[in-house]
Design a binder for this molecule. Structure first.
Ligand code: SAM
Length: 278
């Protein structure tokens, strides 16, 4: 039984990295009129109330989105426009998860499939996306369902994989699914989020990608503290297969500024790497 609920963590520093990368990819996809498919394999609840007991319990958003003033980040205008669209009153109360960020950028010709396994979050996700008929929400295991969607009819797609990594085997499993997905649909863009709790596990995951035979893989990391065996998640990263050609330079400019904004004197850091060139 799944116990992870994203509502405790919404808007934290890990969401910042994930959703900024997501926004940059979506912005690139909408540059062409051709339709695209968005597939979110671990969609969560869709919308998070930052004043809820869950969000307030850990207050993680205050070390993430709470630290950024939109007017100081013109290069993140699109990301902030997605947040603004969920906050008609103006102040930051609701934080959009990946499905609502994606739907903010979707045009009438685009389609989304969202998987969410947790019954309560599935219900919330269905509610938060109910007005958009281009979106299909599935209460199914995406690791079983993803391959059946590929290749999509549009032949242009972004697959976001954002597992909760509740089981240690999740790391190997997501890699296996990604490799099979890439075999079925090699031109798609795939973005995988991972937490750094145990660096050893991430090095292993990295090696799997490097030796996979898949080309054009980049990796972006943002951490609040150096790696530690004691402190839980200290950083997180995104591995992107077939990124937009602009992504690397954009992240190389943005990440040092984000580190400066989030650093509380505990050694915040970033990295941008080409794991496998084109
Ligand atoms: N992607 C969301 C965002 O950025 O707003 C957050 C997702 S949260 C980190 C991970 C979600 O995946 C949880 O809500 C969990 O219930 C769901 N989940 C875990 N394993 C799953 C699976 N095999 N298939 C579908 N959903 C799954």
């Amino acid at each position: 039984m799944l116990s992870y609920r994203h509502s405790f963590h919404a808007g934290n520093f890990a969401d910042l990295l994930k959703h900024i990368v997501l926004t940059e990819i979506l912005e690139h996809l909408i540059k062409k009129d051709k339709p695209f498919d968005y597939i979110d394999t671990h969609a969560g609840a869709g919308l998070y109330d930052l004043r809820s007991d869950k969000a307030e319990k850990l207050g993680e958003y205050s070390n993430g989105i709470g630290k950024l003033k939109p007017q100081e980040w013109p290069s993140l205008a699109s990301y902030f426009s997605a947040i603004r669209s969920c906050n008609p009153a103006g102040n930051l109360r609701f934080y959009p998860g990946s499905p609502l960020i994606a739907s903010h950028f979707m045009r009438p010709q685009d389609r989304a499939t969202l998987y969410e396994l947790h019954p309560s979050d599935y219900k919330l996700l269905s509610q938060s996306t109910r007005d958009n008929r281009q979106i299909r929400v599935l209460n199914q295991d995406s690791l079983e369902g993803l391959l059946s969607l590929l290749p999509p009819a549009s032949r242009r797609a972004l697959v976001l994989m954002d597992p909760s990594y509740e089981i240690k085997s999740d790391y190997d499993q997501v890699f296996k699914i990604l490799k099979s997905a890439h075999r079925k649909f090699a031109t798609g863009t795939y973005a995988l989020w991972y937490p750094v709790v145990d660096r050893h596990r991430i090095r292993k995951l990295e090696k799997l990608f490097i030796s996979s035979g898949i080309r054009n893989i980049q990796r972006f990391e943002l951490g609040l503290e150096p790696d530690s065996a004691e402190r839980g998640m200290t950083s997180s990263g995104m591995i992107v297969i077939n990124p937009p050609w602009t992504l690397f330079e954009q992240m190389k400019t943005l990440l040092p500024r984000l580190v400066e904004a989030l650093d509380e004197g505990k050694g915040a850091f970033y990295s941008c790497d080409i794991l496998v060139p084109e």
